[in-house]
Design a protein around this ligand. Structure first.
Ligand code: ZN
Length: 333
């Protein structure tokens, strides 16, 4: 949602009516405060995706707006910036109107704030509350977590098949730009994956200063892909440690310079045929460790795809040729 409040702020900022704190049945931590039925409709497709929005207005104002038939829009959930309070306004079984052509198969989460001022509005409390909600939406449908990692840029439009949690701007044929350049996708992805209460825990190797070998080389290539200038020498040296610390600081992680369970999921980048660059070299070099015998040229062509599929099969993963979290994890070990 964006700019819905232009000209309406005055009329919406009146009395805060006392709302009954009814519990949501879809997500018990949320308050149930329904939208006007004129602002949503019945679903015609099953839920497969989540859409991340920014309200461009206040929490209370957004809730009021979705209860006003003049809106013609709605979202399933609205989250308050200050403390992460979650209000559900449309049942997940119904189709809220928040992302145009993609309304039918998505659950929409509105985050209180303004895309022009992310540091003021995108609080830790809100990230945490939103990530827990998204984790629940996916887990309750046995959907795998494919949270956008931001690697293609904040306004990219990656295909729905690659990611099932994306921003409004990341869906096709949208005019809105929320949640904007200030939404921390690697952080969000990590929170969705790592929160307590998750049913699956992926364990990553602990890699730190003084270590050598292929997994160090992978970390160095990935840091290069994220824009850090360092030499890929398979030795976890001071330059690598400093780059890791800088990467951790810029993604809300504790800057201890150690790559473990918290840092690996944020560091790895989904890599597939057609991609190029250091992340592809990381994949190719890893595949050669497993005997693939392919060129480490940074270009993900058919030979690399075949080698990825063979690797996936050998590790009991589905052989889709796409290097996502699970494949990176098996490579890292
Ligand atoms: Zn939006």
């Amino acid at each position: 949602m964006k700019n819905l409040f232009r000209g309406l702020v005055a009329s919406l900022c009146f009395a805060t009516s006392v709302q009954p704190a009814l519990a949501s049945t879809d997500y018990p931590p949320a308050i149930w405060n329904p939208a006007a039925s004129c602002n949503y409709s019945a679903r015609t497709a099953s839920v497969s995706h989540v859409t991340v929005h920014t309200t461009q207005g206040s929490y209370a104002g957004s809730i009021s707006w979705f209860q006003n038939c003049s809106a013609g829009v709605s979202a399933h959930y609205v989250i308050r910036s200050s403390d992460g309070q979650v209000t559900q306004m449309v049942r997940e079984a119904d189709k809220a109107w928040h992302v145009g052509n993609s309304n039918g198969y998505t659950v929409g989460i509105e985050h209180e704030g303004y895309i022009a001022n992310p540091s003021a509005w995108y609080t830790t409390a809100m990230y945490n509350a939103s990530a827990a909600l998204t984790r629940d939406i996916l887990a309750s449908r046995s959907l795998s977590q494919k949270v956008y990692d931001g690697s293609a840029g904040w306004s990219a439009v990656p295909s729905d098949s690659l990611y099932n949690v994306k921003g409004h701007v990341n869906y096709a044929s949208q005019s809105h730009t929320d949640p904007g350049s200030g939404w921390d996708w690697p952080r969000y992805k990590s929170l969705v994956a790592g929160g307590s209460g998750g049913t699956t825990t992926t364990t990553w190797p602990l890699v730190q200063y003084g270590n050598t070998g292929e997994r160090v080389r992978t970390i160095q290539y990935l840091l290069q892909q994220w824009g850090y200038a360092l030499t890929v020498n398979a030795s976890f040296d001071t330059a690598t440690q400093n780059a890791v610390k800088n990467f951790q600081s810029s993604h809300g992680l504790g800057a201890d310079g150690i790559v473990g369970n918290a840092t690996w999921p944020v560091l790895v980048i989904l890599t597939q045929q057609g991609d190029a660059g250091a992340k592809v070299r990381a994949v190719q070099s890893q595949l050669n460790e497993s005997g693939a015998g392919i060129a480490v040229d940074g270009a993900f062509g058919p030979a690399t795809a075949t080698a990825v599929k063979n690797f996936q099969t050998s590790k009991g993963l589905s052989a889709d040729g796409v290097v996502g979290d699970n494949t990176w994890n098996k490579m890292a070990w």
